[in-house]
Design a protein around this ligand. Sequence first.
Ligand SMILES: Nc1ncnc2c1ncn2[C@@H]1O[C@H](COP(=O)(O)OP(=O)(O)OP(=O)(O)O)[C@@H](O)[C@H]1O
Ligand SMILES: [Mg+2]
Length: 243
Amino acid sequence: MLLMIHNQKGGVGKTTTAANLGAALLRDGHARRVTLVDLDPQMHLTAMLGPVGAAPVLTVKDWLAGHTDAALPVDGEPGLSLVAGTPDLPPTLPDALPTPERGEWRVIDTAPGWSPLVSAMAARADLVLCPTEPDFLGLSGVNRLLSRLDAAGVARDRVRLLLCRYSPRLALHAEVRARLAERFGGPMLLPVEIRTSVRLAEAPGRGRTIFGHAPRSSGSADHCALARALAQGLPPEQHWHVA
Ligand SMILES: Nc1ncnc2c1ncn2[C@@H]1O[C@H](COP(=O)(O)OP(=O)(O)OP(=O)(O)O)[C@@H](O)[C@H]1O
Ligand SMILES: [Mg+2]
């Protein structure tokens, strides 16, 4: 399963979702192995979960060229590995990506802004997950994002919208959810939200996922609910169940 996380808007929760969804997929047995791929020259995912000290020798550039040993285990998260980012990304993708293992999910964190590289990865992805902020600028950004995904040849049934930094008590957030549901109901708008949580904002500074930092927080419950919603939406032949 190749899942790309993208929104052209910056700071909406892409990297937070990539790291914590990856860990949640493993925790609840939806995946046997998860490879997080940092396809953002800002390298935030690498800063969050990458090895401390010396920079990794192999990066996503090598991984795209077929070096599967560029995926390094993430401390404290069995089954989770990370392909480190580089400021020097290639302009587009090679013809073939490394072959995934059975039961492996690849979660690709992308940079904000649309680019030929993002467009090429979107075209290859089984699912494109779009974290979105629950305000009116976020709403108008969704229209632009969907047009771009259409142009990249991504069918609408491969797109999922996820509301992040959601506050259940705010009428504005409920209103934005209702508008999105009216326009893009069905499977596209996921039936879960990632609530605003200071624990989620703290975790990167500790070099941990939310499960390593605050396993009983709302952020950990929300990412487990997200993993379940994504896995349940897949056709049966793509399900993986840990025995
Ligand atoms: N649900 C949340 N509650 C509280 N803080 C959050 C939440 N989601 C993300 N944050 C914080 O918001 C900031 C931006 O999040 P993140 O880096 O995940 O966004 P991004 O979309 O990946 O940004 P960029 O476009 O720069 O790559 C980070 O400091 C993160 O810790
Ligand atoms: Mg990011």
